[in-house]
Ligand binder design. Structure first.
Ligand SMILES: [Zn+2]
Length: 564
């Protein structure tokens, strides 16, 4: 999951209007907006989330590493709880969906050689460049591939932006700037939402787009400020084993190599090619920017050690009464880091109590609450996904191989970290006001007497870093919300102290452990909020969409166009 401090976020653009009690939506005004159905949450106690969290974070589960003995224990327990709650198996009679994975480890990497302006420049793996292959292939060999500077490497038709216009990338390597063109803006105005990160600013997008353009390779120019982390982070996360979903074509539609280069490397290569990185960066921020072939070429090669495994998503369903072929999702990842670096006491089990045994506990609690009230009009799908910690792979696999068509999946709520502590007076939203789901959140907040707190770090792109994103990316509108830190017991000081303690002392460490002294009243409030959000989506005939200029709107429109 994303650390709690990244979740102190909000719908900035509507906050003021909300406070004034005005119903707003940044969406294009429709002739008639369907009212948000009124739903009343049944009595929810903290017993279920407490019991599930205690069980799944006990040492017996060894930190819930995927494709291990711990996975068998974990999915068996979740199925038991789903069954007891009264759900039905969610995958054609089965509780499980297989998630085939590939682990690739680069070996024998001998760096990158660039030929530019009659010079031969050599760069070392690790200190100058990191690279890997998405393709499942024993060897990666790129020889004298022409380099093309493609600015931010963005194709966004809804914004009239195309960094690849007029260039043929076949057999070439794209040199790409990190983030998006207006990341230095102080507020969230601008084509790419100013300082708020959009998906176009994420490194994952840049590699995907380069592949769509047919490039042989893609190299992102690292720069600490827009990347928001130093080279050390890039280096450590790109060396060692990388995890991917297995695909029928062995990912041959991807580039041969994706990687990062240090900024001084890019400066040197561009200079030797008769260009200037600063000048080209300035040009790349302007609409109408044209990609620049550098007249230089690069070679790189390494071997790939490949290992395959299978993990599982657990899926249950409460079929709808009136429109069973329309679906609303609740998701929470079950996996965590498994055995990890030992702490001072020698404890090497990353138990993942908050991250994300609590989310699974909330999921079971929501199944129980919905069954108790009775089936909704639409079907409700409860899914505990795997491999979130390895790059959202379980949710991505489901989204790419959905049991229920995404075009008929209305939207949903993802839960990643439903922490203990006091109830709150506020709600935090990751990602800002992106879709018509805002109206559903407003209705729930109003009913519960909650207010919205502005997002602390919209530039960090928290929305793109947990499982809801896997669905959003393929068009399904998803909530990423949680309770804020203005606690009813102890106010902001208490809420912020708890969140700081978690980020500094527990997040992704063996100390993310169950504590019998935990107060679950805040978690109960959060589950009630999730109940309202999911249930109101399951009781309407509405199809909330992304706002007009949102990066996922065009994908959703295309997907929904196929529905009769
Ligand atoms: Zn998590």
């Amino acid at each position: 999951m994303i650390p709690a401090k990244f979740k102190k976020v909000s719908l900035l653009t509507v906050a003021a209007a909300l406070l004034a009690g005005v119903a707003v939506s940044a969406a294009a005004p429709r002739a008639q907006l369907l009212p948000v159905p009124k739903v009343v949450a049944p009595a929810i106690t903290g017993d279920t989330i407490r019991d599930v969290t205690k069980e799944l974070s006990s040492d017996a589960y060894e930190g819930r590493g995927p494709a291990s003995r711990a996975e068998d224990l974990t999915i068996t327990y979740i199925i038991k709880r789903f069954k007891a709650a009264g759900l039905r198996p969610g995958n054609k009679g089965s509780w499980l969906q297989d998630v085939p994975t590939v682990d690739i480890t680069a070996k024998n990497a001998d760096g990158m050689t660039v030929n530019a302006g009659g010079q031969t420049l050599r760069y070392k793996f690790g200190s100058d460049i990191v690279a890997g292959s998405y393709r499942v292939t024993p060897q990666t060999r790129i020889k004298d591939a022409p380099l093309v500077f493609v600015g931010y490497g963005i194709t966004a038709p809804e914004l009239g932006w195309n960094d690849y216009a007029g260039v043929d990338m076949k057999g070439k390597i794209a040199v790409i700037l990190v983030n998006d063109p207006d990341y230095e803006t102080a507020d969230e105005s601008g084509l790419f939402k100013g300082r708020r990160m959009t998906y176009y600013g994420r490194w994952t997008y840049k590699f995907e787009e380069a592949a769509r353009q047919g490039a042989a390779g893609a190299l992102i120019v690292h720069d600490t400020f827009p990347a928001a982390y130093g080279w050390q982070v890039v280096n450590s996360s790109w060396t060692g084993t990388q995890h991917y979903i297995a695909s029928a074509n062995n990912a041959m539609d991807q580039t041969q190599a994706n990687g990062w280069i240090q900024k001084p490397v890019a400066e040197e290569v561009l200079k030797a090619s008769g260009q200037d990185l600063t000048a080209l960066t300035a040009a790349a921020k302007q609409q109408g920017f044209k990609a620049v072939p550098l007249g230089s070429s690069a070679s790189l090669s390494f071997d790939n050690e490949v290992k395959r495994a299978t993990s599982h998503n657990v899926i249950g369903i409460l079929p709808g009464k009136k429109r069973p072929r329309e679906y609303v999702l609740y998701t929470a990842h079950w996996d965590h880091l498994g055995r990890c670096t030992p702490d001072k006491t020698g404890d090497d089990i990353c138990n993942g109590a908050i991250d994300n045994a609590t989310g699974v506990g909330a999921l079971v609690s929501l199944a129980e609450a919905n069954v108790k009230v009775g089936a909704a009009d639409r079907s409700q799908v409860f899914m505990s996904v795997t491999l979130e910690e390895s790059g959202l792979l379980g949710s991505r696999y489901y989204a790419e191989h959905p049991v229920y068509p995404l075009a008929r999946t209305v939207g949903g709520v993802n839960m990643d970290g439903v922490g203990p502590g006091s109830p709150s007076k506020d709600v935090s939203v990751t990602g800002g006001d992106k879709s018509d789901l805002t109206r559903y959140l407003q209705a729930a907040m109003k009913a519960m007497g909650l207010y919205l707190t502005p997002e602390d770090h919209p530039e960090r792109g928290g929305y793109y870093r947990s499982d809801h994103f896997s669905f959003a990316k393929l068009g399904v509108p998803m909530f990423s919300v949680g309770r804020g830190s203005d606690w009813t017991q102890g106010g902001k000081a208490a809420g912020q102290a708890a969140s700081e303690d978690y980020v500094l002392h527990r997040y992704h460490q063996p100390s993310d452990q169950y504590d019998p002294a935990w107060d679950w009243s805040g978690a109960v409030q959060e589950i009630s909020l999730f109940y309202r959000l999911g249930r109101s989506l399951a009781m309407t005939t509405d199809w909330p969409n992304w706002h007009k200029t949102d990066e996922f709107r065009r994908i959703r429109d295309k997907s929904r166009a196929g529905v009769k």
